[in-house]
Design a protein around this ligand. Structure first.
Ligand code: NDP
Ligand code: 2IT
Length: 446
């Protein structure tokens, strides 16, 4: 790292000492983009990095709601509006008991670079709450979502900030939030993405993150003289991203042998039966453990981290941050895994990422590999603005093109700035940063 990036990173550490996830993401980003400042001394004069690392605005609010027993519950709501240099803030809403400012700042920071990589006009943001949707009735989910939107509505809009889904926020939650926004504001506009298909949602948005991940991985693997077909794959998680990653990679001719949730993982040497997973997770909102009781020849193991000890060629972590640590990375490498594609945001710890890079495992960082979700959200925004809807095939074709474009940008920046041409971590961070930096320079000290 050069003196400028070191100084700014040290300042960040001093000011945000208790925000470990945020500092983890910031450290990776700053280490990656340092070489840019050697080529662009004008950035330091403009205080560009000091402005780039600081969110434009953070909103924290009370979310009171009444549960089915008539008790008052109070959660904390957040929206981190990180950077609007290249478009309205855009990014998901996470509903999970672990949510705090550090996690939302890391997610917002990653989102700025990810959204830039898509090539579409979207800035970066993230929001959420420490509300736990698990075990709640539909009525309680609705009560929470309506209360959350009763405060959030004044901070968002189709041309200012457009939230979407993330962990714990799917079509049901987006529907309740959209209904409440429309009721309060009286405007029918594309203020959220991931909407239902009857009220402005885009075909293929549900599939987009998982499919996009597989398109990126296929591009990466083939650019390095290998193939996806015939390979054995691990997919962690069993939520939206994991399910559609499993679907597409299977369609590409690979075999997924394991999936997980926060309690444990299933191993099915015959290849995961995705219809069973969809029934358990999408319809029944149940636990992955139930798969083993329904599919002969499969096993359930308690503890989600054990999934990385299964022998595979390709690993797709699609659950949550830091789910894949140094021990997991060592086990994957020892078993001959040659490619890792991050469907989740920052699922690999810094140590795990470095182990993959040092051992020449092809590594697709989340901000590039999972950008298909937000890219398709931007396509949903376009369709809403035009008041029309594209077919599944049209959206899917655009998604394929966008993912190929993102891989191209990562490879190109890695070739110029990286220690090796396959360092797509450096490639993604620099390619994403350059566009935002250029826009910020053009717009002056704001
Ligand atoms: P879902 O809520 O649909 O699924 C999340 C999955 O991850 C579940 O299987 C869940 O298990 C597991 N999980 C969540 N938290 C933990 C934890 N602390 N430890 C272990 N497992 C956990 O979310 P998504 O599929 O939408 O999101 C998954 C990841 O992908 C997240 O990192 C998200 O930020 C990222 N992402 C999502 C996009 C989208 O479009 N939805 C776009 C780009 C990235 P359990 O049920 O036990 O909690
Ligand atoms: O992390 C992400 O990119 C998302 N959760 C999707 C955001 C979006 O606006 O579609």
């Amino acid at each position: 790292m050069n003196a400028y990036t070191s100084r700014v990173l040290e300042g960040l550490k001093a000011r945000n000492a208790n925000e470990s996830e945020y500092l983890q993401a910031a450290t990776e980003i700053m280490e990656s983009i340092a070489p840019v400042f050697d080529k662009h001394p004008e950035y330091e004069k403009a205080g560009l990095l000091e402005r780039f690392v600081e969110p434009e605005r953070v909103i924290i609010f009370r979310v009171p709601w009444v549960d089915d027993q008539g008790n008052i519950q109070v959660n904390r709501g957040y929206r981190v509006q990180y950077n609007s240099a290249i478009g309205p803030y855009k990014g998901g809403i996470r509903l999970h008991p672990s949510v705090n400012l550090s996690i939302l700042k890391f997610l917002g920071f990653e989102q700025v670079l990810k959204n830039s990589l898509t090539g579409l006009p979207i800035g970066g943001g993230k929001g959420g709450s420490d509300f736990d949707p698990k075990g709640k009735s539909d009525n309680e989910i609705m009560a929470f979502c309506q209360s959350f939107m009763t405060e959030l509505f004044r901070h968002i809009g189709a041309d200012t900030d457009v939230p979407a889904g993330d962990i714990g926020t799917g079509a049901r939650e987006i529907g309740y939030m959209y209904g409440q926004y429309k009721r309060i504001k009286g405007i029918y506009e594309g203020v959220l993405t991931g909407k239902g298909l009857t009220y402005g949602g885009s075909l293929a948005r549900k599939q987009a993150t998982g499919y996009g991940l597989c398109y990126f991985v296929k591009n990466m693997v083939e650019a390095n003289g290998k193939t996806v077909a015939g390979k054995t794959v691990l997919v962690s998680g069993s939520g939206n991203v994991a399910i559609y990653a499993c679907e597409k990679i299977t369609e590409m001719g690979a075999k997924v042998v394991a999936m997980s949730d926060s309690n444990g993982y299933i191993y099915d040497p015959n290849g995961i039966n995705l219809d069973v997973v969809k029934q358990i997770k999408e319809v029944e909102r149940g636990r992955i453990k139930e798969y083993a009781a329904r599919v002969a020849g499969s096993e359930y193991h308690e503890g989600c981290r054990g999934i990385w000890t299964i022998k595979c060629d390709i690993a797709l972590p699609c659950a949550t941050q830091n789910e894949l640590d140094a021990d997991g990375a060592k086990a994957l490498i020892a078993n001959g895994c040659f490619a890792v594609g991050e469907g989740a945001n920052m699922p690999s710890t810094l140590e795990a990422t470095n182990l993959f890079l040092q051992n020449d495992v092809l590594f697709a960082p989340g901000k590039a590999a999972n950008a298909g979700g937000v890219a398709t959200s931007a396509l949903e925004m376009s369709q809403n603005s035009m008041r029309l809807s594209w077919s599944f095939e049209e959206v899917d074709e655009k998604l394929k093109g966008i993912m190929a474009g993102i891989f191209g940008k990562c490879a190109e920046a890695a070739a110029i700035y990286g220690d090796k041409p396959t360092n797509y971590v450096i490639g993604a961070n620099i390619a994403g940063f350059l566009k935002v930096a250029d826009a910020m320079m053009a717009q002056g000290c704001v």
